[in-house]
Design a binder for this molecule. Sequence first.
Ligand code: NAD
Length: 287
Amino acid sequence: MSARIIDGNALAAQMRTDFTTRAAAMAQQGITPCLAVILVGSDPASQVYVRNKIAACEKSGIKSLKFEYPQDANPADVLGKIAELNADQSVHGILVQLPLPRQFDADAVLEAIHASKDVDGFHAENVGALAQGRPGFIPCTPNGCMEMLKSAGVQVKGAEAVVIGRSNIVGKPMALLLLQAGATVTVCHSQTRDLAEHLRRADIVVAAVGKPRMVTGDMLKPGAVVVDVGINRLDDGKLCGDVDFASASEVASLITPVPGGVGPMTITMLLANTLQSAERQLKARQA
Ligand code: NAD
């Protein structure tokens, strides 16, 4: 079997066309959707991520503001900026790029962002809303994975799903979203005794570990749908996922590539959350 590819670039481009229209419609009513990004330190990967997020905003007609702090920044200064942005009506989304330097309590920083502007979906209020199935901001990467499954027409209801990884950013919210969509969900992690045994039953596999090509074709159920969240840099500088694409695509029915899979969808869902926040403000104003 040769798997069909779920193309994250194509889906992202399609969704972003709609965003441009929505942003323009809001601008006509006097609201320019705006995302504020805070970057602390000089981590090269973080700089690339922030640059990509800002470029994506521009292309979709979303205004972006960037606030940069040095590696030895005082956390109080960053918390002060967050308080200022929370109070600023013209800002609809606030994002603090992770990881933060050692002197920061990352949880405290994320909790300082007002839940109504927490477009990353990391605030406890939004995490709680997701766990209870109430509306709130959904973390961008798992939300992007769900959009990919939807776009490919994957039947999630009743499916056996295995999520590999239990991080707050990807694994846990991914499991909750699949559960909400009606899948029977197993979460595997670093202490799981026999990963392959779980994978053999899985109709849907989401890999979010950070270990290059750890999921191989022989571990998969024939016809499985495979979503690869992992981004790993190899010694030759190339990127690869947590799934061994060559062997997995011989067994799977659908698979996401790396690069060009989940990555572009993560930024797309960030834009979606920012627009949603701005539209909420517009609605409140009209009410
Ligand atoms: P993390 O390090 O916080 O979590 C990794 C998880 O993998 C942990 O829960 C751990 O228990 C589990 N794990 C470790 N070894 C394992 C093993 N041998 N078997 C099973 N599980 C194991 O990482 P994260 O932030 O969740 O990110 C995971 C990967 O996804 C990374 O490669 C990251 O770069 C990537 N990522 C991609 C995007 C994107 O937009 N595509 C977004 C976020 C993260």
